[in-house]
Design a protein around this ligand. Structure first.
Ligand code: PMP
Length: 297
C-alpha cells in the first residue's frame, strides 16, 4: 500500500527505493521512541501541486528536534525543495508526505549526536472517510505536559494515541476522545476537536494538545467568514450537551461526529458550522477560495 517497485524516498541526500534505505538497529528512535516526524498533504490544484502549509509543518518538525536535542541541519527552504522534487520523482500530486528524523546508534539516554532524515510519500485520499464518526471517551489521558513536550510530534508520544485508538476500535467505536490531566476534553488520537453550541464554536486551548495546523487554519477561516470561535477548556459533560462536534487534522481534514459514548449530536451534520468549514477547508487547500483568488490576481 505504501510503496511499489517504482516508489522513491529521500534518505540523507539521496533519492532511492524504500527497500534500499538502511536504519540503525541501535538507534534511540527504535528503542526509546526518540524520533520526530510530520504528516503533510499535497493537493492537485488548478495551478499545480500545492504542499499545504509546508512551512508550518517543517517548522514544527524543527521545533521537535530542538526540544528533543536531536542534531538537524536542514533549512525549511531545503526541506520544501526536497519535498517538491520527491513528489515530482514519484509523479504524485495528491499525496501524503511523511518526513521522519531518526537518531544514530546510542543505547544510552543522553542526547543523540547523529540523525537521519527520511521523507516518504504515497498517493492518498481521505484517512477517515466521509462518514460521521462514532467516538468514545478514552480511559487513557493525554500525556501530562510536564512529562514531555506534548506539542512536539515525537514518535514515542504516539503510544498514547495507539492505546486510545485500539481501545476505541476494540469496543466498536471509530475513534477516541482523550481528556487531559484536569479532565477537560483534549483531542482525539490524531486530530483536534471542536464543538458547536448555540451557533458558536469552542476548541481546547494549547497546552495539553498537539497544536494542529488544521486547527489553526480552521480558526483563521472562522475569523475570515465571521464564525465565532473560542479557544476554551470544556468538560466531557459540556461536550455531551453540544449541538455538534468535529475533528480537524491534516489527514482527516474536517470530519463530523455522530456521537460520543451514548450521546448522539442532535444537529444534522449538513446544517452545522463544521459542515460549512469542511467545504471552506477543501477550497482553501485547493486554493479555490475567492479571497485567495482575488489576492492572486
Ligand atoms: N492531534 C494529534 C495528537 C495529532 O497527531 C495530530 C496530527 N498531527 C493533530 C492533532 C492534528 O494536527 P495537524 O492539523 O497539524 O495535522
Amino acid at each position: 500500500m505504501y510503496y511499489n517497485d517504482n516508489s522513491i524516498i529521500y534518505h540523507n541526500g539521496e533519492y532511492i527505493h524504500p527497500k534500499c534505505a538502511t536504519g540503525d538497529i541501535y538507534s534511540q528512535t527504535l528503542h526509546y521512541g526518540n524520533g520526530v516526524f510530520e504528516g503533510i498533504r499535497s493537493y492537485k490544484t488548478k495551478t499545480g501541486t500545492k504542499i499545504f502549509k509546508a512551512e508550518a509543518h517543517y517548522k514544527r518538525l524543527q521545533y521537535g528536534t530542538e526540544v528533543m536535542n536531536i542534531p538537524f541541519e536542514y533549512s525549511i527552504e531545503e526541506l520544501i525543495d526536497i519535498t517538491h522534487k520527491l513528489l515530482e520523482l514519484n509523479n504524485f500530486q495528491d499525496a501524503y508526505i511523511r518526513p521522519i528524523i531518526t537518531t544514530g546508534a546510542n543505547m544510552g539516554l543522553g542526547s543523540p549526536t547523529e540523525s537521519s532524515l527520511i521523507i516518504q510519500c504515497w498517493e492518498w485520499g481521505k484517512l477517515m472517510g466521509d462518514k460521521l464518526l462514532k467516538v468514545r471517551t478514552s480511559s487513557f489521558q493525554r500525556p501530562n505536559p510536564k512529562s514531555c513536550f506534548v506539542d512536539a510530534k515525537v514518535t514515542g508520544h504516539y503510544i498514547n494515541s495507539i492505546l486510545a485508538r485500539n481501545e476505541a476500535n476494540a469496543s466498536g467505536y471509530d475513534e477516541a476522545i482523550l481528556l487531559d490531566m484536569n479532565n477537560n476534553v483534549a483531542e482525539c488520537s490524531g486530530a483536534n476537536v471542536f464543538i458547536e453550541k448555540d451557533g458558536k464554536l469552542y476548541t481546547p486551548p494549547k497546552g495539553h494538545i498537539m497544536p494542529g495546523i488544521t486547527r489553526s487554519t480552521i480558526i483563521e477561516l472562522c475569523k475570515e467568514v465571521g464564525i465565532c470561535v473560542e479557544e476554551k477548556h470544556f468538560s466531557l459533560n459540556e461536550m455531551k450537551q453540544a449541538d455538534n462536534a468535529f475533528f480537524t487534522g491534516t489527514a482527516a481534514e474536517v470530519v463530523g461526529l455522530k456521537s460520543i459514548d451514548d450521546y448522539n449530536f442532535p444537529k444534522p451534520w449538513e446544517s452545522t458550522l463544521g459542515y460549512k468549514l469542511m467545504h471552506l477547508y477543501k477550497q482553501e487547500v485547493l486554493s479555490e477560495r475567492l479571497t485567495n483568488f482575488s489576492k492572486a490576481v
